[in-house]
Design a protein around this ligand. Sequence first.
Ligand code: AMP
Ligand code: GLY
Length: 424
Amino acid sequence: MKILIVGSGGREHAIAASVAKSSKADKIYCAPGNAGIAQIAKCVPIGAMEFDKLAAFAKEKAIDLVVIGMDDPLVGGLTDVLEAEGIRVFGPRRNAAILEGSKAFSKDLMKKYNIPTAAYETFDSPKDALAYLEQAPLPIVLKADGLALGKGVLICHTLEEAKAGVKTIMEDKQFGDAGNRLVIEEFMTGREVSVLSFVDGKTIKTMTSAQDHKRAGDGDTGLNTGGMGTFSPSPFYTEEVDEFCRNYIYQATVDAMAAEGRPFQGIIFFGLMLTEKGPRVLEYNARFGDPEAQVVLPRMKNDIVEVMEACIDGRLDTIELQFEDNAAVCVVLASGGYPVSYEKGFPISGLEAFEGRNDYFCFHAGTKLSDGQIVTNGGRVLGITATGADLKEARAKAYEAAEWVSFEKKYMRHDIGKAIDDCL
Ligand code: AMP
Ligand code: GLY
């Protein structure tokens, strides 16, 4: 098969690495890709939002399967555009990707179908939002309705902060049109867990659990980022939690989407909070997590192309997902200053240390080839993943390997997976 992957981050590198292991994959393309992906796929300089060019390329090369890694093209309807040209696509259509594309939609869906989540109200005008805040309990959570690179969520501890937040999102439009509507949500506390799943419209098969570290600094300080590191599995995702989510969240979400005439095919990522009252949905995403994919996919035993095809053909019920009985930790190496401002173009050395190993992975996130040299080309530069018999071993190995690579302004968190010590 000829397979085209759409995206350019560490997630897409992890997807490409899994696809490369498939006996079904003869030729892999990636648009636009990065310097790491270029080692296993042919990268083509077409942006993920250039739908017409992607469709023309897929037709010209007679691509058998397109895998869309990123949220923007999914929410924008790339699946629909490609399908209209007769191309097979792994990833939800526009009317289903709205599960991630609109927080107001997903909250209304959960309310209508009794899927456990935080209480909320939706506002179209800043005036109504401000009036509501006057009597709302604190802390309170403000969420821009649309996609905002994971940054459109503000946790406000005072009324002043909340009022300023309404201004930032709805009036100053810091997140653009994503802030035309605002969801104001009850603040919850608990541990967060990410559960990714394959979905074929009716059947859902969940993957092993993972946990992200979203804040930039050690001890969960600093600004929110796309994710500074992950570990899998999460020891906090117990059998009891899994049973609750199976009973009240996973299938209920898939059934709700089908009942709304929006059958979901692709990946549903459940962002869960394990509260005292039980698991609650924080958010849905319509794609693999980044950097969750970098710890979940290296542990998956299945042929990923077979699973993706089963999703497209509506026969996921015939597939049993299998994961290694081990653990994985991913430490993101970022460029100093991320997520605010950072420089690009620093040469990266030490990458050859990963060659020929099957328990250490260097997933490229923001890199490019410049005059024969791999250089930094983004805020998140590399995701260093290691697998081990357990989380402790995987963490020690990931931090060991994080030292193999050097580039100017290299920055990482030093406490990825530290929380697991609490339960070892
Ligand atoms: P989201 O993009 O909706 O996942 O929100 C980003 C982050 O904000 C989550 O990973 C949580 O850490 C935090 N968050 C979102 N909603 C809530 C909530 N209702 N209560 C507490 N924290 C929240
Ligand atoms: N790591 C969180 C996300 O991919 O949205």
